[in-house]
Design a binder for this molecule. Structure first.
Ligand SMILES: Nc1ncnc2c1ncn2[C@@H]1O[C@H](COP(=O)(O)OP(=O)(O)OP(=O)(O)O)[C@@H](O)[C@H]1O
Length: 250
């Protein structure tokens, strides 16, 4: 066992509104976890806790075996947020510049990258298949291409864990297929551990190695084959009245 993420008995509430209850959740090295749950079930909140952006009122979180309060090596973790691909077409940065921001954060647009940095950026852009668009303005790319640029930004510093919050929202079907192929390649070739929130249960369960189902509590965490066998019961329990919101894309 080599846990990359470990949540132990985590509770979280916004004021009086309890959003997460007694979450114990482990992501092992090499796992590719799809996290599903209805709207408002606490998925983004759980990711924010794992990313150290908010602190749970109860329970403990460990990253790479260290208590999160001691964890300093945030470059080990790449993150692609829900809103990543909503750039307006006038945003004044090229794909190269956006991806270099993954090396320097906000300084990316102002600092001159070293030769080694440039090579890492070029490699990340190549990995996501955007080499031909390196100098193109990010706002002038399609939704699917922008999303791949954000993946490149998240992986440029060679993290060991990649966290994605609903990365396929607003992206056309063909790009979604390409996107899953890209994640599969990163998972296999670079032994990247992945944690991805998705609403598309059908598509997601075909690609991941683990499914976790959340609605304030964890209702299931196991292999996709077991999830599919018990899917009706799990979803009825976890989604309840939200069942009609589940999309089926087969
Ligand atoms: N900053 C906040 N302050 C107060 N309540 C919040 C805040 N952020 C989220 N919430 C509430 O917490 C609950 C969980 O929200 P969260 O965004 O974690 O759910 P989610 O599963 O990611 O939802 P979705 O699938 O719609 O993105 C919701 O009821 C939401 O309204």
């Amino acid at each position: 066992m080599n846990p990359i993420i470990e949540c132990k008995h985590v509770d979280f509430h916004y004021g009086p509104n309890q959003v997460l209850q007694d979450i114990s959740f482990i992501v092992e090295a090499g796992d590719y976890v799809g996290l599903v749950g209805p709207n408002g079930s606490g998925k983004s909140t759980l990711l924010s806790i794992i990313l150290g952006l908010i602190k749970p009122q109860q329970g403990e979180v460990f990253l790479f075996g260290q208590p999160i309060s001691m964890f300093k090596d945030w470059r080990q973790i790449g993150y692609v947020s829900q809103k990543a691909n909503s750039f307006n077409s006038g945003f004044p940065a090229t794909v190269f510049e956006v991806v270099s921001m993954g090396l320097y954060g906000k300084l990316g647009l102002f600092r001159r990258p070293s030769k080694a940095d440039k090579e890492m950026v070029v490699e990340a852009i190549e990995q996501v298949g955007l080499t031909a668009f390196t100098d193109r303005n990010i706002g002038k790319l399609s939704g699917g291409q922008q999303q791949r640029a954000f993946i490149a930004r998240a992986i440029v510093a060679k993290p060991r864990l990649l966290i994605l919050d609903e990365p396929t929202v607003g992206v056309d079907t063909e790009s979604v297929d390409r996107f899953y192929q890209l994640l599969a390649r990163l998972h296999e070739q670079y032994e990247l551990t992945l944690l991805m929130v998705s609403h598309d249960i059908g598509m997601m369960t075909r690609h991941v190695t683990q499914v976790a189902c959340l609605n304030k509590r964890i209702y299931f965490h196991g292999e996709p084959s077991e999830f599919q066998e018990k899917q009706d019961q799990i979803l009825a329990k976890a989604y309840g009245a939200h069942m009609n919101l589940i999309e089926h894309h087969h």
